[in-house]
Design a protein around this ligand. Structure first.
Ligand SMILES: [Zn+2]
Length: 221
C-alpha cells in the first residue's frame, strides 16, 4: 500500500515550486490519544509531514495553509519574513527535507521557524498550535523541562488571545489548552475554571476538544 504521495506547491515568498511528501489518509492510524489529544500514531508519525519548508528560501508553513497563507502576507510582513529567513539561513538547521525520510531533528527546527513566521504573520493562535506540537516533540523525547517551558510560553499567548478568538473552533482550542496547561502546572482551580467555562457553553458539542475537556475535568479533583 502506498503511504505517501508527492505533492507540489509554489513558495509564496520566493515563488519557486517545490515538492513534498504528503501522507495518504488511509495510512493515518491513531492507536490512542493523550489527555491533551496528542495522537499516538501506529506506523507513520503523521505530524512530521504537516509542515513544509521551501528549499530555496526556508519559508516554513503548515501544509493545511498552503492555499491561504498568501492572504496573510503584505509588503511589510514579506520584508520582515525575508529578514528573518536570511538570519535562519546562516544557522545550521540541517538539510531541508520535505520527503518521507525527514528526520525528527529537522522537524523540530521546522516548528521553531514556523512559530516565528506565524508570529510575524500576526496569527497568535496558529503560533500556539505549532508550539503545542513542539511540546509533543519534547514529550516524546522525555525532555519534560523543555516541554513545560514551551507550554508555559504557550499559556501566556492563549491567556492573551482567547477572548479575541473569532472562530468558535479557535475559542474552544484556547480554553481547552488553558485548562490543560494549568493542569500540567498543578493549578487545579485555574484549570477547572477554564474547562468548566468550556463545558457549560458547549455541553452538547461533538467537538473532540469538548470530549477531551470532559475527561480532563474528571482528572481534576
Ligand atoms: Zn521560497
Amino acid at each position: 500500500m502506498k503511504e505517501f504521495i508527492r505533492d507540489f506547491v509554489t513558495c509564496p515568498i520566493c515563488k519557486k515550486e517545490f515538492s513534498y511528501d504528503s501522507v495518504v489518509s488511509t495510512a493515518i492510524k491513531v492507536s490512542a490519544y493523550d489527555l491533551d489529544l496528542k495522537p499516538e500514531y501506529r506506523g507513520i508519525n503523521v505530524s512530521l509531514y504537516n509542515i513544509i519548508t521551501c528549499p530555496e528560501c526556508c519559508f516554513t508553513f503548515q501544509e493545511k495553509d498552503r492555499d491561504i497563507i498568501i492572504d496573510y502576507l503584505d509588503e511589510e510582513k514579506i520584508l520582515k519574513i525575508k529578514k528573518f529567513l536570511d538570519y535562519i539561513k546562516k544557522m545550521d538547521i540541517g538539510e531541508i527535507d520535505n520527503t518521507s525520510k525527514k528526520s525528527l531533528q529537522f522537524y523540530k527546527n521546522q516548528l521553531l521557524i514556523a512559530a516565528e513566521i506565524y508570529s510575524i504573520l500576526n496569527l497568535p493562535i496558529e503560533v500556539s498550535k505549532i508550539l503545542i506540537k513542539l511540546s509533543w516533540y519534547y514529550r516524546e523525547n522525555d525532555e519534560t523541562e523543555k516541554e513545560l517551558g514551551i507550554l508555559y510560553y504557550c499559556g501566556k499567548i492563549l491567556e492573551k488571545e482567547f477572548q479575541n478568538a473569532e472562530k468558535e473552533d479557535d475559542y474552544i482550542f484556547c480554553l481547552f489548552y488553558l485548562g490543560y496547561i494549568n493542569y500540567r502546572f498543578k493549578r487545579k482551580n485555574e484549570a477547572a475554571k477554564f474547562l468548566d467555562t468550556l463545558l457549560q457553553k458547549y455541553k452538547d458539542s461533538t467537538n473532540p476538544y469538548i470530549k477531551a475537556a470532559k475527561f480532563l475535568r474528571g482528572e481534576i479533583v
